[in-house]
Design a binder for this molecule. Structure first.
Ligand code: AMP
Ligand code: TRP
Length: 325
């Protein structure tokens, strides 16, 4: 069976972009792949964080991922730092990563403005490559913003295969056709993000229904009754159309045909109702989860992860001349 791997950072609450761009595919791939998913806590340390609340944030992220539909008995879900092979392979791959390739990564430029220029942030994409290659993953379900990191991962896999032994498959990004880049409700020309200071710019996956209705009611659109799918001229409406399409399983074209001419206020309410209904099972599942039980599941899975990673890691180290033969 092919392997799927992905990760999400436990910083800030999971929003609609994370859900539509990544988590829905994580859930879908559970059926056809051997799926490994990580709460990437080591990645989260690359921006300022509070160690006093970090444990609770990691647990929240794990609960949210399970609530979104990840079955921790079927998929291997654990905290990245519980399996040291991630960081170890990150080091090994770092020995083959040129500064030139890291300098091309746009995320470092974006994040270092706020977080400062630190080695961990710079090497972030190398650790991500290690996450993926550790399990020889073939498929990586992510949002569009991760494509550059995936390209670097493939380059590193290819370099390793040529320099040492051909052991890594070249992983493919699995990016949804719609929802790969959900935009901010306040500024539909920039992506919805956990780090946006405005809370009304994003809908959280676990927002209560009245909050979702309020945030969508205030979503920025221009004036008019023109409902068109046109990212240049109508980015706000196009963003809402994609959300509605994803939560109703209908095509954008059919929705445009049905809603063109509808007042924007009424259209936003329609979108809000669909989002509320679509997220209802996630909210219900979340309410049922027990903190202690989830912690136990993750601890158990960490042990499974370590067992599974060990022979893979051995193979890499042997190829690099790091083991007694
Ligand atoms: P992060 O919160 O950065 O750990 O992202 C977790 C996953 O959500 C990654 O696969 C991202 O590509 C995806 N993602 C983040 N923001 C968005 C967005 N606005 N639209 C679509 N996918 C997103
Ligand atoms: N960089 C990803 C993000 O910010 C998170 C991540 C870490 C990841 N390791 C990964 C995603 C491995 C896919 C595969 O969203």
């Amino acid at each position: 069976m092919d392997v799927a791997f992905s990760g999400i950072q436990p910083t800030g609450d999971i929003h609609l972009g994370n859900y539509l761009g990544a988590l829905r595919n994580w859930v879908r791939l559970q059926d056809s792949y051997d799926a490994v998913y990580c709460i990437v806590d080591l990645h989260a340390l690359t921006i300022p964080y509070d160690p006093a609340t970090f444990a609770a944030e990691r647990l929240e992220a794990a609960k949210a991922v399970i609530a979104a539909g990840i079955d921790p008995d079927r998929s291997l879900l654990y905290y990245q730092s519980d399996v040291p092979a991630h960081a170890e392979l990150g080091w090994l791959l770092g020995t083959m990563t040129s500064l030139g390739s890291l300098n091309r990564m746009t995320q470092f430029k974006d994040k270092s403005d706020q977080a400062g220029e630190f080695l961990g942030l710079y090497a972030y994409p190398v650790l991500m490559a290690a996450d993926i290659l550790l399990y020889r993953a073939n498929a990586v379900p992510v949002g569009e913003d991760q494509t550059q990191h995936l390209e670097l991962t493939r380059d590193l896999a290819d370099r390793f295969n040529q320099r040492y032994e051909p052991i890594f498959p070249l992983p493919e990004a699995i990016i949804p056709e719609r929802g790969a880049r959900v935009m901010s409700l306040k500024d539909p020309t920039s992506k919805m993000s956990k780090s946006d200071p405005s809370e009304t710019s994003r809908i959280l996956m676990l927002d209560p229904p009245d909050v979702i209705v309020k945030k969508l009611g205030r979503a920025v659109t221009d004036s008019g009754t023109d409902i068109r799918y046109d990212w240049d001229e109508k980015p706000g409406i196009s963003n809402l159309l994609e959300m509605l399409a994803l939560f109703t399983d209908r095509s954008v074209e059919a929705l445009v045909a049905e809603y063109d001419g509808t007042q924007y206020g009424a259209f936003k309410r329609t979108v809000a109702d669909a989002v509320v209904a679509g997220l209802e099972p996630v909210r219900a599942k979340y309410a049922d989860l027990d903190d202690a039980e989830v912690s136990q599941i993750l601890a158990r899975n960490a042990a499974r992860g370590r067992d599974r990673a060990a022979p893979f890691q051995d193979e890499v180290m042997r190829a690099m001349g790091l083991r007694h033969q």
